[in-house]
Design a protein around this ligand. Structure first.
Ligand code: INS
Ligand code: FE2
Ligand code: FE2
Length: 297
């Protein structure tokens, strides 16, 4: 159903929509990404060698992301008004932030967004995917909208409500999370049914889930782009293949999209910044195609 996936306003990542992933697959991600890599891939995401800032971040996040907190975060999202602005304005606003969880870049967030989008564009991928690259981390605006800290905004995501996977970085730090002692939340399935599908599990709250919820009703991004946004930090799943006891067939299709996006997000983190002034007209043209002039954030 190409129409559904590519116009869909109230589109969720449904299996019908994601069937388009298969149709487009050859063009989108059967081939290896061609963008230049200045750094060796092994140099990225080296959490053993990461500085204390990163280690302390994850210690705090893994202690505080409980089921109780996650329910509260979702209620807050629904009842609170945050801001009304356009997408480019949001990009500029994000620029003041430093992500304490990231061992791989010291550049500003606008550089990271432009580097990701430019890498996708250089590889000749479609406009909607370039836009996904451009906006994927805008959820970090939560830091300016009254988040509790960095721990409920950035960093890798994982499932809450069942046993914490040992495929999450620094797994030992979950010992301090009260859910790891809970009689239900600490079991393999916890509050979930076998193969219930990712749509039915609660991922730790942060910039991915927040932004997905903002865009799903306020953009014409296709289902694949929404999936890239929603799951891009879910490394235990898309990189480590954890949680196969919870996922279903539909998630396999979503996984293809998320894996296609990941190299652009991760390996485009080089030390040479992009020129926002030069690139702005091109990307404002793309933004107009997928978003209303003003959105509720
Ligand atoms: O530190 C990074 C950063 O916060 C990214 O935005 C997020 O997507 C990654 O998963 C995380 O490892
Ligand atoms: Fe991110
Ligand atoms: Fe990113």
């Amino acid at each position: 159903m190409p129409g559904t996936a590519h116009n869909g306003r109230d589109l969720d990542v449904t299996s019908d929509a994601i069937d388009d992933v298969n149709i487009l697959k050859g063009r989108l991600w059967d081939e290896e990404s061609k963008f230049d890599e200045d750094k060796d891939k092994a140099q990225f995401r080296d959490y053993e060698a990461a500085c204390d800032r990163v280690k302390n971040f994850y210690r705090e996040q893994h202690e505080k992301q409980t089921v109780e907190f996650n329910i509260k975060a979702r209620v807050d999202f629904k009842i609170k008004k945050r801001a009304r602005m356009g997408v480019w304005e949001a990009i500029e606003m994000l620029n003041t932030l430093i992500d304490e969880s990231d061992p791989d870049t010291n550049l500003s967030q606008i550089d990271h967004l432009l580097q990701t989008a430019e890498a996708i564009r250089r590889d000749g991928k479609p406009e909607w995917m370039q836009v996904a690259g451009l906006v994927h981390d805008l959820g970090k605006l939560l830091l300016l909208f009254g988040s509790e800290g960095q721990w409920d905004v950035v960093g890798d995501t994982f499932v809450v409500g069942c046993q914490f996977s040992d495929k999450i970085i620094y797994p030992e730090t979950f010992a301090a999370n009260p859910d790891s002692q809970d009689s239900i939340y600490s079991t393999k399935y916890g509050i979930y049914q076998p193969h219930c599908g990712l749509d039915n599990v609660m991922l730790s709250w942060g910039h991915d889930e927040y932004l997905y919820n903002v865009f799903k009703d306020q953009s014409t991004l296709p289902a694949e782009a929404l999936a890239m946004i929603r799951y891009h930090s879910f490394y235990p799943w898309h990189r480590e293949s954890a949680y196969s006891h919870l996922t279903n067939d539909k998630d396999e299709k979503v996984l293809a999209a998320v894996r296609a996006f990941n190299p652009y997000d991760l390996y485009s983190k080089t030390d040479s910044p992009c020129d926002p002034v030069k690139l702005r007209p091109y990307y404002e043209g793309l933004i107009e195609k997928f978003f209303p002039p003003v959105l509720d954030w």
